[in-house]
Design a protein around this ligand. Structure first.
Ligand code: NSS
Length: 427
């Protein structure tokens, strides 16, 4: 007999028919004459009933929550059953009898994080993981559609992309190396042959901040492309975001509704996004009574206050040189500013950073010296400006920050199966 996906049964494809399902015991309830087993598989949950006269009765009595099972029976339409269908069991086989499952309803968030390897079985976590997978699919679809080539950057690196304070160091055959913070510098090398490239890869930050938006290991969506300017950059970025939001609203409607997230905020993500300069952002904040001065970087509260005003994704661009990385291209008509842009969303603040890269060798060297970086660490990167330099742009979008916003998650740690933070690296 074919193994049916539970969702197909709930969709009415097996009404009145014999069927087999495989899965785990989600709930169990007993009365004198009937045992009700709610079984879950990857697609959904369904109630299965076992009667006293069934030869499987003793198996059903013995079975525990989270035991794995194979059930054969007949699908019955029943308005009282949640989902509208149930299975009258003919045969119940226990595959793996579970010990007493440690997760019960009254457990704390902290406990659930300690048993993350088991909590991943919850409906909530599996819904999030499904949407995460779909968002990755839409990301790849978008870049392929736009002619970008997927590349694979290294994770062991020898010099910083985003500044030393968040670098994870490690010993590499007696030498000091680091874990990558961003694939950007390597992507820049690849545009000279492939022109438009992207990757989805882990990035590591020795980030001490314990906030709802920081992980020490996160997944980074990073494109980089040649012969492009800030306008091209913001256009591709907003196109990507609106593609992801529209497709997710369409294809993950059931998941988003089950998670209780607000689907309407995804549907209204249409291009073009509002754009304001850093200087305009400072003026807005000053008018709201914030103490921030021109030249200072935004804190989380500043970003949240700005984002509240827009209520949807928007760009801040043209930042002061002193708060941005060495690779940012200086505005030729105003050397105090660099061509950098952040995308901000409500509640989370910054979800992506990008910009034009300094493509002039002398300007780049000036920046490297100005920031006291070691020129020899960036020798290969400077080479890229020696041999056929081109104007080019790119950005980095944090997948988990994006999901935290899209799914109204309270904390970024629920956007990734095994979160790593300052305090959490188990399981
Ligand atoms: O440091 S970034 O702002 N920028 C870069 O790494 C550039 N080199 C990217 C590029 O242009 N290719 O990080 C980019 C994004 C940021 O906006 C967040 O969405 C995410 O990466 N990010 C993080 N997510 C989770 N946890 C932490 N700690 C984190 N740090 C950055």
């Amino acid at each position: 007999m074919p193994i049916a996906a539970i969702q197909d049964i709930l969709d009415g494809k097996y009404a009145g028919k014999p069927v087999s399902v495989r899965g785990w015991i989600y709930r169990k309830r007993e009365s004198k004459k009937t045992i009700f087993l709610v079984v879950r598989d990857a697609s959904g949950i369904i109630q299965c009933t076992v009667k006293t006269d069934n030869p499987s009765w003793t198996q059903a009595e013995k079975i525990t929550i989270e035991s794995s099972v194979m059930i054969t029976g007949t699908v019955k339409q029943d308005k009282r059953a949640s989902g509208g269908y149930e299975i009258t069991v003919e045969k119940l086989s226990i595959i793996g009898l579970a010990e007493t499952f440690p997760i019960t309803q009254d457990k704390s968030e902290e406990f659930l994080r300690d048993v993350r390897h088991l909590w991943l079985r919850s409906r909530r976590m599996s819904l999030i993981m499904r949407v995460r997978s779909e968002v990755l699919r839409f990301t790849h679809e978008f870049f392929r559609k736009e002619g970008f080539i997927e590349v694979s950057p290294p994770m062991f690196i020898s010099s910083a992309c985003e500044g030393g304070s968040t670098l994870f160091g490690l010993k590499y055959f007696g030498k000091d190396l680091y874990l990558t913070q961003s694939a950007q510098l390597y992507l820049e090398a690849l545009i000279y042959s492939l022109e438009k490239v992207y990757c989805v890869a882990p990035s590591f930050r020795a980030e001490k901040s314990r906030t709802i938006r920081h992980l020490t290991e996160y997944w980074h969506i990073e494109p980089e492309w040649a012969f492009a300017d800030m306008d091209d950059l913001m256009r591709v970025e907003e196109d990507l975001l609106s593609y992801i939001c529209q497709k997710t609203a369409e294809d993950c409607k059931r998941e988003i509704e089950s998670l209780g997230a607000d689907i309407s905020k995804l549907k209204v993500v249409n291009t073009p996004f509002p754009r304001i300069t850093y200087t305009e952002a400072i003026e807005k904040l000053t008018a709201k009574g914030f103490k921030i001065k021109w030249g200072e970087d935004f804190g989380y509260d500043d970003e949240k206050a700005l984002a509240e005003e827009f209520g949807k994704p928007f760009f801040v661009y043209a930042y002061p040189r002193q708060i941005k990385a060495f690779y940012c291209k200086t505005h030729r008509d105003n050397p105090d500013l660099v061509m950098s842009t952040d995308m901000l969303v409500p509640r989370i603040g910054e979800i992506s950073t990008g910009g034009a890269r300094e493509d002039d060798k002398e300007e780049l060297l000036r920046r490297i010296r100005e920031l006291d970086l070691r020129e020899e660490d960036y020798k290969w990167y400077i080479d890229l400006r020696r041999y056929g330099t081109v104007p080019h742009v790119g950005f980095g979008l944090g997948l988990e920050r994006l999901l935290t916003w899209m799914l109204d998650l309270e904390n970024i740690i629920d956007a990734i199966p095994f979160p790593r933070t300052t305090r959490r690296f188990y399981p």
